[in-house]
Write a protein that binds this ligand. Structure first.
Ligand code: C5P
Length: 309
């Protein structure tokens, strides 16, 4: 997060750029009494961004542009609108802003696009209104908005514990990624419910989630082969159970030379770790030609968190 020096409210518009994420380890514990699951969630921010612009207006409104704009809710369920409302309420303000989201992150895809818009709108409104909130204050509101929103604000590489909202920064070298965007989204609660159902069916104890020391060492070393050997997403079985055809996408990327293939978060976007930009182009081309996904994106990690643009 880089808010820059702020003195007083800004007139005109404020634009904040916010990254998507991929989870290289998503270890999921048993369901908690509050319905959430404890996680050991190794987040990497990737260089796919939404841009959130806030402008003073008569009332709170949201618009969205981009190829998947028609799938984005423009009412108060949009996390960007909720972020403006929460921040305004804390300061006794009227959230009278127009929020425009230039959307490039896949929608409902397991890449925290909605969370990115929440974090982006929060930082943009804080700058527009000259509130100068501390990072801790912003992170608290982010956690209220959703489990992935704090990470969207800070970006980089981090371990998320609790329900994913308690962050500790991690060291990470640069990695290259291809993402295959599926048709339609998957509901995160539905994927967690399927995880619970599959676990109950298997009848085995669910271990307490813990970060893998080997994976953290591979990240810090920037070693793609070592990272490929350790990536793991406990939600993958549930996402594949709900969307079996994702297995063909994973196979297509591996067949084209990806070092590792996994479902991104709760899916249905799939993520492919590749050695270098040349391999990324080759894997992206093969995935597009395979007919097993709607579109592909190439990105690198880590990427900076929410940043004024
Ligand atoms: O926190 P967020 O609003 O993104 O969570 C959406 C849903 O995903 C929750 O209502 C819950 O069903 C599920 N979830 C979970 N455990 C987590 C994070 C999310 O069960 N750690």
């Amino acid at each position: 997060m880089s808010a820059g020096a702020v003195t007083g409210a800004v007139t005109g518009a404020v634009t904040v750029r916010v990254p998507a994420k991929v989870n290289v380890q998503l270890a999921v514990g048993a369901a908690r009494p509050d319905g959430f699951h404890d996680l050991a969630n190794v987040f990497l921010a990737v260089s796919l961004y939404d841009e959130v612009t806030v402008t003073p207006a008569d009332a709170l409104t949201v618009t969205c542009s981009g190829p998947d704009a028609d799938q984005v809710p423009l009412d108060r369920t949009n996390l960007a609108a909720r972020a403006a409302e929460l921040l305004a309420a804390r300061h006794g303000l009227d959230p009278a802003v127009h929020i425009h989201i230039a959307k490039n992150i896949p929608v409902a895809g397991g890449m925290a696009g909605g969370s990115a818009d929440g974090a982006g709108a929060l930082l943009a409104c804080d700058l527009l209104w000259g509130l100068e909130s501390t990072p801790a204050e912003l992170l608290e509101i982010c956690a209220e908005l959703g489990s992935d929103v704090p990470f969207s604000l800070v970006g980089g590489a981090a371990l998320g514990t609790g329900r994913g909202e308690q962050l500790a920064p991690l060291e990470s070298g640069i990695f290259h990624w291809v993402f295959a965007v599926a048709d339609g989204g998957l509901s995160t609660p539905a994927v967690f419910r399927e995880f619970d159902r599959l676990a109950a069916e298997a009848g085995t104890d669910i271990p307490v989630p813990e970060a893998s020391p080997r994976l953290l060492a591979a990240l810090a070393a920037g070693d793609p082969d070592a990272l490929a050997a350790t990536v793991v997403n406990d939600l993958q079985g549930a996402a594949l159970s709900l969307r079996p055809q994702l297995g063909r996408t994973l196979d297509a990327g591996l067949g084209a030379g990806a070092l590792a293939a996994l479902v991104s978060g709760s899916g249905p976007t799939t993520a492919f770790l590749v050695r270098d930009p040349e391999s990324a182009a080759k894997v992206a081309e093969a995935l597009a030609a395979s007919g097993t996904c709607r579109t592909t994106r190439v990105a690198t990690s880590p990427a900076p968190g929410a940043t004024r643009h």
